[in-house]
Ligand binder design. Structure first.
Ligand SMILES: Nc1ncnc2c1ncn2[C@@H]1O[C@H](COP(=O)(O)OP(=O)(O)O)[C@@H](O)[C@H]1O
Ligand SMILES: [Mg+2]
Length: 368
C-alpha cells in the first residue's frame, strides 16, 4: 500500500488560533514520513482555507507559509476527498486526501461545525464526530449529561446573557445559590478566555458581562479549592484512559497566561495521588467520555477538592493541546505510547470509525 495522504488542518477563527499552530507544528514534526504524505491546510483567521507547500521541511515557517498559500475549498461531494483551488484554477488540479487531522481548538474547529462539513464531504477525520464535538464544547450541556449519567460535576448554574439587564436580581439569585466565591465562564470557549474567579458580590456582574462577550450562555460554578488532575483518553469503543497527571500553577487559577504565556505552570506526571483515587479518576474519565459521545481522543479535567479529596469533573476537551509539551501526549507517553505512535493510533481510529459509519444502512432494507 502507498503512503496515507494526511491533511493536517490547523489555525482557525477562534481565539485559540495561535495555540493550534504550536500543536500542528509538533504533529507535523512527528508524523512518520515513511508512512504518511502530509499536506498542511491552514484555516486563516477569516475562515478561508489555504494549502501548504509540501516541499517545505516541517517547521513553524512552513505553517506560516501555509496561511498565505493558495486558497482551496472542500466541496460537499461525498467520496471525492479533494480540496479544490479557489479562483478559476483547474478543479482537476485539486489535492486528494485519505484522512484529515484537525487540530483547530475552540469554535469552528472543536464544536462540531467542522466535523459536519467533513461528514458531508464523506472524508475520515481524527477525533469526535458532530454530536460528540458539539456536546463537549458546550460546558453547560456537558454538565447536564454528566450529571444525568450520575457523574460528579461542580455545582453550578446557567445564566443567559439577556438576563443580565436584571442586574442585582441575577446577582442575588446566584449568590443565594452558590455563595460569593464562584467561577464565571462562557459556556462555549476554551483556554480560560472570558473566565473570571469572583470573590465578592461587586465583582460578579462585571464578570458575567465579560463572559457574555464570548457567549450568550454563561456558566457560574461554585469555586472549588482544588488540585487540577487530568486524564487522557484514546479509542472509539472501547476507550482507554491514561494515568492521571497534575497541573500546578502559581496563578490564582489555570488562566490563559498560566497556560501559554509564562512558565509558572508545572506538570506532574504521574499525579502524586493515591492509587485508589487515580483508578477512580480513570474510571470516571472513561464514563464521562462515553456520556459525551467522545471518539478518538479526549482529555478529561478534574478538580480534586483539597480538604475532602472529593472528585469533580470540570470539563472534557475533544481537541486537547497537542504540543510535545502538552498534557495529552505526555500522559500517553508516561502510559506507554510515544508521540509518533499516538498519532498513528489516532489516524487508525479515524479510519476505523469512518469504515463502521459508512457500512451502516442509510435506507430501509427489509431483512426478510
Ligand atoms: N468551579 C471551579 N472551581 C475551581 N477552579 C475552577 C472552576 N472552574 C474553572 N476553574 C479554573 O479555571 C480554569 C479554566 O476553566 P475551564 O472550565 O477548564 O475552562 P477552559 O475550557 O477555558 O479550560 C480551570 O483549569 C481551573 O483552574
Ligand atoms: Mg480547562
Amino acid at each position: 500500500m502507498g503512503k496515507l495522504r494526511v491533511a493536517l488542518l490547523f489555525g482557525g477563527r477562534s481565539v485559540e488560533h495561535e495555540v493550534s499552530l504550536v500543536s500542528a507544528n509538533s504533529i507535523l514534526g512527528a508524523l512518520d514520513p515513511s508512512r504518511y504524505d502530509v499536506t498542511l491546510v491552514a484555516v486563516d483567521t477569516d475562515g478561508h482555507w489555504h494549502l501548504g507547500d509540501p516541499s517545505l521541511p516541517p517547521s513553524p515557517a512552513a505553517l506560516q507559509a501555509a496561511i498565505k498559500g493558495p486558497e482551496v475549498d472542500l466541496p460537499v461531494a461525498p467520496g471525492e476527498h479533494t480540496l479544490i483551488p479557489v479562483g478559476g484554477a483547474d478543479p482537476k488540479s485539486g489535492q486528494t486526501f485519505d484522512v484529515i487531522f484537525p487540530v483547530i481548538h475552540g469554535r469552528g474547529g472543536e464544536d462540531g461545525s467542522l466535523q459536519g462539513l467533513l461528514e458531508l464531504a464523506g472524508i475520515p477525520y481524527v477525533g469526535s464526530g458532530v454530536l460528540g464535538s458539539a456536546i463537549q464544547m458546550d460546558k453547560e450541556v456537558s454538565k447536564r449529561l454528566l450529571a444525568a449519567a450520575g457523574l460528579p460535576v461542580t455545582p453550578g448554574t446557567c445564566v443567559r446573557a439577556n438576563r443580565l439587564g436584571a442586574g442585582a436580581a441575577v446577582v442575588d439569585a446566584l449568590i443565594g445559590e452558590l455563595g460569593t466565591s464562584v467561577f464565571v465562564k462562557p459556556a462555549n470557549q476554551g483556554s480560560s478566555v472570558g473566565i473570571s474567579k469572583v470573590e465578592s458580590r461587586e465583582d460578579l456582574l462585571p464578570a458575567l458581562r465579560d463572559a457574555a462577550r464570548y457567549d450568550t450562555k454563561i456558566l457560574v460554578e461554585r469555586a472549588i479549592d482544588a488540585r487540577e488532575i487530568e486524564v487522557a483518553l484514546l479509542g472509539n469503543d472501547p476507550i482507554e484512559a491514561s494515568i492521571p497527571g497534575e497541573i500546578r500553577t502559581r496563578h490564582a487559577f489555570y488562566d490563559y497566561d498560566a497556560k501559554y504565556v509564562d512558565d509558572a505552570t508545572e506538570l506532574l506526571i504521574p499525579a502524586p495521588i493515591e492509587d485508589s483515587l487515580a483508578n477512580e479518576m480513570r474510571r470516571l474519565a472513561v464514563a464521562a467520555a462515553v456520556a459525551l459521545e467522545s471518539a478518538g481522543l479526549a482529555r478529561v479535567d478534574f478538580l480534586l477538592e483539597r480538604d475532602t479529596d472529593q472528585i469533580f469533573i470540570n470539563e472534557v476537551n475533544s481537541i486537547p493541546g497537542f504540543t510535545q509539551g502538552s498534557m495529552y501526549p505526555l500522559l500517553w507517553q508516561a502510559t506507554g505510547i510515544a508521540y509518533p505512535a499516538l498519532l498513528d493510533r489516532l489516524i487508525e481510529l479515524a479510519l476505523e470509525r469512518h469504515r463502521i459509519n459508512t457500512a451502516l444502512e442509510t435506507r430501509y432494507e427489509p431483512t426478510r
